[in-house]
Design a protein around this ligand. Structure first.
Ligand code: ACO
Length: 431
C-alpha cells in the first residue's frame, strides 16, 4: 500500500484539505479519510458501504468486472480443481497452501476434534423440533463460547490456532446434528477414518441401522461447494463477524452473529429462497410472468439467485457450480429434473432480457447450489447451514486478521441523524 498521491477535498469557504490515496495490490485505490472528522468536522455518508473499504485485508480479492475471485492470490477455478476444502481452509488461515507434511498434520488435527461435548449434544433437545436449522445453528455455535472460555485469550497465537481448528472440525458435526434433530433421527457420531466431507455426509445421511457409503461423485461435488463458499471478501456476514469481534467478543459468539446475518434471503438464504421460487414458478410456461414481476418496481419480488453487489459481469462461482450441478444430476440420473430445466429456462430468458442485461444482473452461486443440494437429498432448510459450514473458515480467518491488525479499532460507524430535533417531554395531558 502506498500513499504518495493525494486527494484534495474542496469545501466551499474553507481551505482545501488533503488526504492520502492508498493503492492496493489489486482493486480500486482508496482515499484514506480516517482524519476527515478531525480535520473538517464532517463525516461521510455511505449507507450500505457502497464506496467504503471497511478494512485492509490480505485474504480474498474479487474483481467484479472481470468475474474473478482469488483466495490468497489463487484463482478460485484452480483451487476448485486442484485442492480439497481442507487445503483451502489451511490456505485462508495461514496464507499459503500446505505442503504434504503440513496437510497430514492439519487433517489429523481436524479429524481428531470432530466430536462435540455430550452436554452440547443434549443442548439440541431444548429447541422445538420444527425450529429452522439456522436458528439451531445460531444457538449451538454461540453456545460453543460457553464451553470454551479460554478462546477469549486472543493474544495467544496457539489459542487462536486451536479456536480455528476446533470450529472447523466441529461445524460438520453441529450442522449434521441440527439436521438429524429436525428429522427425529439419532445423531450419528463422526467417523474419523473418513475424509472431512465424506464424514459430513455420513453424519447427515447415515443411520445406526445400516452402513452408509458416501458416493465419491457427490462427496467431490459437496467438497467443491465448500471451497466455493469458503470466503468472499467483506460481505455482510463477514463484516458482521469482524464488527462483533472488534469489541473483543468471544470468537464463537462472533461466528454465531455471522450465521445470523448469513441467514437472510439477500445473502446466504438466497439458495433456499431460489429453490422455493422455482417451486412456486412450477412450470416453464410461467417464467415470463415472473420475469415481468421481477422488473415491476411496485412488486417486491426479485429473481432469487440473480444479482450481486460486486459481480457485475458474472459470478465465477456460479460458472463452476453450474458444472457441478450438471455432473451431480447426471450421476443421479436426474438430467431431466423438472426444476433444473426450469432454472435453465429462467436463466436463458433473464440473460436475454434488456432489464437484466442493463442492470448487469447475472445468476450468482446460489442459483445453482440449491438444485445441487436438493438432488443430493439435502432439504431446503439445510442449504444455508451448509453455506455457514464452509464460510466459517473464511469468517475465522477474517476474525483473526482483524484481531491481530495493529490498526484495528472497535467498529463504530457514524450516522446522518434525520429524526426529531431536540425537544422537551410534555406533560401527559398535552401529548
Ligand atoms: N431481481 C430483479 N431485480 C433486481 C435483482 C433481482 N434479483 N437484483 C437487483 N435488482 C435490481 C434492483 O431492483 C435495482 O434496480 P433499480 O436500480 O431500478 O433500483 C438494481 O437491480 C440494483 O440492485 P440493488 O438491490 O441496488 O443491488 P445491491 O448490490 O444492493 O444488491 C443483491 C445485490 C442483494 C444480491 C440483489 O441483487 C438481490 O437481492 N438479489 C437476489 C438475492 C440473491 O440472490 N442473493 C444472493 C447474493 S450472493 C450470496 O450472498 C452468496
Amino acid at each position: 500500500m502506498t500513499s504518495e498521491r493525494k486527494a484534495t477535498l474542496i469545501i466551499e469557504g474553507r481551505e482545501p484539505v488533503e488526504f492520502p490515496i492508498l493503492t492496493p495490490v489489486h482493486g480500486n485505490d482508496c482515499i484514506d479519510i480516517r482524519t476527515l472528522g478531525a480535520k473538517t468536522g464532517l463525516f461521510t455518508y455511505d449507507s450500505g458501504f457502497l464506496s467504503t473499504a471497511s478494512c485492509s485485508s490480505t485474504i480474498t480479492f474479487i474483481d467484479g468486472d472481470k468475474g474473478e475471485l482469488l483466495y490468497r492470490g489463487y484463482p478460485i477455478e484452480q483451487l476448485a480443481e486442484k485442492c480439497e476444502f481442507l487445503d483451502v481452509a489451511y490456505l485462508l488461515r495461514n496464507g499459503e497452501l500446505p505442503d504434504a507434511e503440513q496437510k497430514k498434520t492439519f487433517v489429523n488435527i481436524i479429524k481428531t476434534h470432530t466430536m462435540i461435548h455430550e452436554q452440547m449434544a443434549r443442548f439440541y433437545q431444548g429447541f422445538r423440533r420444527d425450529a429452522h436449522p439456522m436458528a439451531v445453528m445460531v444457538g449451538v455455535v454461540g453456545a460453543l463460547s460457553a464451553f470454551y472460555h479460554e478462546a477469549e485469550d486472543f493474544s495467544d497465537a496457539t489459542q487462536r490456532s486451536i479456536n480455528f481448528n476446533r470450529i472447523v472440525a466441529k461445524l460438520p458435526t453441529i450442522v449434521a446434528m441440527a439436521y438429524k434433530y429436525s428429522m427425529g433421527e439419532p445423531f450419528m457420531y463422526p467417523r474419523n477414518d473418513l475424509p472431512y466431507t465424506a464424514n459430513f455426509m455420513h453424519m447427515m445421511f447415515g443411520t445406526p441401522c445400516e452402513k452408509y457409503e458416501p458416493n465419491p461423485v457427490l462427496v467431490h461435488a459437496l467438497d467443491t461447494i465448500f471451497t466455493l463458499h469458503a470466503d468472499h471478501e467483506q460481505n455482510a456476514s463477514t463484516s458482521t463477524v469482524r464488527l462483533a469481534g472488534s469489541s473483543g467478543a468471544n470468537p464463537y459468539a462472533c461466528i454465531s452473529a455471522g450465521i445470523g446475518c448469513l441467514w437472510g434471503p439477500a445473502h446466504g438464504g438466497a439458495n433456499e429462497a431460489c429453490l422455493k421460487m422455482l417451486e412456486e414458478i412450477g412450470d416453464v410456461s410461467r417464467v415470463p410472468e415472473y420475469i415481468k414481476r421481477a422488473k415491476d418496481k411496485n412488486d417486491p419480488f426479485k429473481l432469487m439467485g440473480f444479482g450481486h453487489r460486486v459481480y457485475k459481469n458474472f459470478d465465477p462461482r456460479a460458472k463452476l457450480m453450474r458444472k457441478i450441478c450438471s455432473n451431480v444430476l447426471q450421476e443421479l440420473g436426474l438430467e431431466n429434473d423438472r426444476l433444473f430445466k426450469l432454472a435453465l429456462e429462467l436463466e436463458r430468458i433473464a440473460l436475454e432480457d434488456e432489464y437484466f442485461v442493463e442492470k448487469k444482473l447475472y445468476p450468482n452461486v446460489d442459483f445453482y447450489s440449491g438444485i445441487v443440494q436438493k438432488a443430493m437429498g439435502i432439504p431446503t432448510s439445510m442449504f444455508t447451514c451448509i453455506f455457514a459450514l464452509a464460510r466459517t473458515v473464511g469468517w475465522m480467518a477474517q476474525w483473526e486478521e482483524m484481531i491481530t491488525d495493529s490498526e484495528q479499532k472497535i467498529g463504530r460507524p457514524r450516522q446522518l441523524y434525520v429524526g426529531a430535533p431536540r425537544r422537551d417531554v410534555p406533560p401527559i395531558d398535552q401529548r
